[in-house]
Ligand binder design. Structure first.
Ligand code: DWN
Ligand code: SAH
Length: 400
């Protein structure tokens, strides 16, 4: 980001494209890359060391549908209402969302009759949003897209991106685009997995091809400053295993909230991006891999049945780093039609429909979708009632 030197601290090995679910009869060669993470010795940004071409990840068949979780639907409804109440109060307010996916957030903005545009390169999910009446442009957001939007629709009061900015390596182009498309007093609000939570919980599965950056208040403040913007607010979020919502405005345009200084101070006190902290994180990750594999092998030797729950993008990292294949886990259940009947990337676990989970219940279920644990455990309460146990690996390997 700043041109500083990167120091590698974690190597998660050869990994596939995390959302490239394969037809069982596919014969084409699978794409792999080296999933390694480093931190910038100048601006502290934590990022992947190899970049997967964006068209290999985000295309017409991108399988992730954001509306698959009721907790996330509620989260984004609340988010939209916040924008409607606090930012989009003018006569002709305009909001642009990057990575609107199936319209989980924009739906509420559209229903309120407020001008909006979703920018979504993955045409399939974008089409689902269009089906809800939402305006979607099938494109990667970057400087040229932003200039076109500004010319056609005018400038936006809010640009919002959830779990999307961290997917975009080319941030210089993004910020030139933001400069072109935001009004003078407008805000850029984005939320992504927080490095502070990833390190605290050792949630190493947040690291996969799509997640290129792992932000902190400090690295975001440095990023903003390089482009004439300023970090004016931060908010910790509990969704997706711990995120931060960052609000950026043009330098001097808005007062800086106290929360910014507080989070910056907390990060410094923790030594969050110090080499020793990141090296200790890498050591914990290797220990989790060893413990998880030991547990799965032991359960298999004891004759227990073990399946997996939630074919997340995150689980590509876990399965491929730990070497979990169909010999240890016969299948993973998932509610996403586009994933069912396919094999997970690299590890080739068959993805099956959720009804398979209960017929009959297994002895153990490896919860790949651990970030939705509350929602899933309450929906699947009959599993534990039948004597079943969940296997979790965040923040350590344990049974629930
Ligand atoms: O950042 C990203 C996040 C927002 O979404 C993207 N890069 C890709 C994707 O990551 P993920 O696949 O790790 O996200 P989730 O939300 O943890 O995926 C949950 C998976 O579990 C989905 O495939 C749906 C499935 N699921 C299920 O089978 N039953 C989810 C719930 C809530 C359920 O009850
Ligand atoms: N905002 C949704 C979707 C997150 S998944 C949510 O929080 O659930 C990440 C999304 O970013 C995908 O839908 C992907 O197609 C999109 N994306 C990737 N690169 C992008 C870019 N340059 N501009 C806009 N969207 C992008």
């Amino acid at each position: 980001m700043c041109g500083g030197a990167l120091r590698e601290f974690l190597d998660l090995g050869r990994q596939p494209v995390s959302d490239a679910f394969r037809a069982p009869d596919a014969t084409d060669e699978e794409f792999f890359f080296r999933l390694a993470v480093g931190h910038c010795t100048e601006c502290t940004m934590v990022q992947l060391l190899e970049e997967v071409p964006r068209e290999k990840m985000f295309h017409a068949d991108y399988p992730y549908h954001s509306s698959g979780s009721s907790v996330m639907r509620e989260h984004f409804t609340r988010t939209a209402r916040h924008f409607l109440d606090c930012e989009l109060t003018g006569e002709d307010s305009f909001l642009v969302e990057l990575g609107c996916n199936d319209g989980v957030m924009l739906r509420t903005v559209h229903e309120a009759g407020v001008r909006h545009l979703g920018v979504e390169p993955s045409a399939g999910v974008g089409e689902v949003a269009r089906g809800k009446g939402i305006r979607v442009r099938t494109a990667f957001f970057e400087e040229s897209t932003a200039r076109e939007i500004a010319a056609e629709d005018g400038r936006a009061d809010v640009v919002y991106a959830a779990n999307t900015l961290c997917h975009i390596p080319y941030l210089d182009s993004i910020f030139r685009g933001l400069d072109a498309v935001l009004t003078g007093g407008g805000v850029f609000v984005f939320e992504d997995p927080y490095l502070g939570d990833i390190v605290e919980r050792a949630s190493f599965d947040q690291i996969y091809d799509e997640h290129f950056y792992f932000f902190t208040a400090r690295s975001v403040a440095a990023l903003a400053a390089r482009h004439g913007f300023e970090l004016v607010d931060v908010e910790r979020l509990t969704v997706h295993g711990g995120e931060v919502r960052y609000t950026l405005a043009r330098k001097g345009a808005r007062p800086v909230a106290e929360a910014v200084g507080a989070l910056l101070a907390e990060e410094t006190e923790r030594g969050l991006t110090e080499p020793a902290t990141l090296d200790a994180f890498a050591t914990r990750v290797a220990a989790i891999r060893d413990q998880l594999i030991a547990l799965l092998v032991k359960l298999k030797e004891e004759g227990h049945s073990v399946v997996a729950y939630g074919a997340t993008a995150k689980s590509a990292t876990v399965a491929n780093y730990c070497g979990i294949g169909p010999d240890l886990i016969p299948f993973v259940t998932d509610t996403t039609p586009a994933k069912q009947g396919k094999l997970t990337p690299g590890s080739h676990l068959p993805v099956v429909t959720p009804d398979r989970f209960a017929s009959p219940y297994p002895d153990y279920a490896l919860l790949f979708a651990w970030n939705h644990a509350e929602e899933i455990m309450s929906k699947e309460s009959a599993f534990r009632a039948s004597g079943g146990k969940w296997i979790l690996y965040v923040p350590d390997v344990h049974l629930v």
